[in-house]
Ligand binder design. Sequence first.
Ligand SMILES: Nc1nc2c(c(=O)[nH]1)N[C@H]1C(S)=C(S)[C@@H](COP(=O)(O)O)O[C@H]1N2
Ligand SMILES: [Mo]
Length: 527
Amino acid sequence: MTRRRLALSGILAAIAGIAAGHLVAGFLAPASSPVLAIGSTVIDLTPTPVKEWGIATFGTNDKLILQGSVLVVTLALAAVAGLLARRRMPLAVGFIVLLTGLAGAAALLRPTARPLDALPALAAMAAGVATLVWLVRLARRASGEAVARNDEATVDGPRGSKMTPAADPNDPTARPGTGRRGFIGGALGVTALSVLAAVGGQLRSGAQTIKKIVLPAAADKAKPLPTGLEGTVPGISPLRTPTDKFYRVDTNLTVPKVDVDTWTLEIDGMVEKPFTMTFAELSEMPLIERDITMTCVSNEVGGGYIGAARWLGVRLTDVLDRAGITGSPDQVLSTAVEGFTISTPLAVVRDGRDAMIAIGMNGAQLTDTHGFPARLITPGLYGFVGATKWLTKLTLTTYAAEQSYWTKRQWATDAPIKTSARIDTPEPLSTIKAGMTAIGGVAWAQHRGVGKVEVKIDDGDWQETKLGPDVNIDYWRQWYLPWDAKPGLHRIAVRAVDRQGRAQITERATPFPSGSSGIQEVVVTVA
Ligand SMILES: Nc1nc2c(c(=O)[nH]1)N[C@H]1C(S)=C(S)[C@@H](COP(=O)(O)O)O[C@H]1N2
Ligand SMILES: [Mo]
């Protein structure tokens, strides 16, 4: 019984600390909330293979799973602290101080941390220690420990006067039921306050929003998007991915909410005239509008980390030319407001493709999740080497001198998107009705263009599919094949060939280090 109460005291102390920290972080910097700060540090320290396993196993839930794990481990350690507290209170307190100290260190070691970011951890420390001491005292009273009475008399007695059991009507040993109720009351009180604090912190950080801005028109517009196949092939991906359906991949546990009025873009490194510009200055430069399909290197064969959108932005080379490149840099190292970095090969940026600093997506300003107020887009390259969100600095440098976040973690430096195709319909392992239907999906070979897409049903021949509208070589292509489906179990495979006649790589490869490859095959039941 006592052990259970003690363990619970430790757990509630941790919950109180985490909640208090979350509340304070809500007012200061959401990312410095203890669990988030530790979670982000764990993300950065996780070895690449483990991270790959996490993404492959949990997909977009990986962040929730990570935070859940941090929470569970913390609570388990706190339960141990609670058990220790019975005989060794200083040790238990030291344990809580250590845990919250780690959270503080994690917050302070974030790339863009300010000293104030330690406050949430300090709040967690104070709330955690106070709760532990208080609940453990109540727990002792509840089990009627003699020690508790003495402690209590010394600590709580008015003006130091010793209370004797006989003189104290609330004496716990005399009325154990009261002590038990006292602990339950204390535990419920802590829980209620913690919930309030956590919800408060959450509401407060959620209340931070990005400003609504008016985007200037493009000087160089994209052609109107043709009508896609989505109206005629049920289940196929729409030609343009709506922004709220567009995949999101980044290392952030909290979405940066950037203040566009104080935001600046700095250009430095191997340039003649380093300079800094405001958002207004950036948007006054000539704007281009382009339809570009982005893909994440972590996209598995047949996966969903791909999206096609219309981007509005400034040509990256226009900005670089304004600074004037000197020496022989070989990479553009871009830095995001939260300190994350990406390397893009300079040769790729300058080969004529529409690499840009985007400020608009699908006719609107960037959303906070997609990098407001400005991000890089590099057609033909996976996102991790060319799509820096929440961009704030461009540094002309060399791969020898400086390495970006993923380069330090052994990912490829030059990572062109591999040609691939995906079957959207029928869905894997689904059951469809016999008769005429359509097999359909999307294929991509960014900056080379999709030449043809072929489908193979069971052990049949590869059959050429019909292609949807050709938007441009940086955009994906919808495809479909009418199919008279006969009852039974069927295997459908797809492969794409780019416009230079190069077929997609059929050998299976994992996303690490330069993108997955292999043929997608789905199995369906026709009934
Ligand atoms: N600041 C920042 N930018 C980032 C990342 C990141 O982790 N942090 N991830 C990159 C990766 S791996 C990809 S695939 C794209 C995804 O962009 P999206 O979330 O808008 O789809 O953003 C890139 N830009
Ligand atoms: Mo990515």
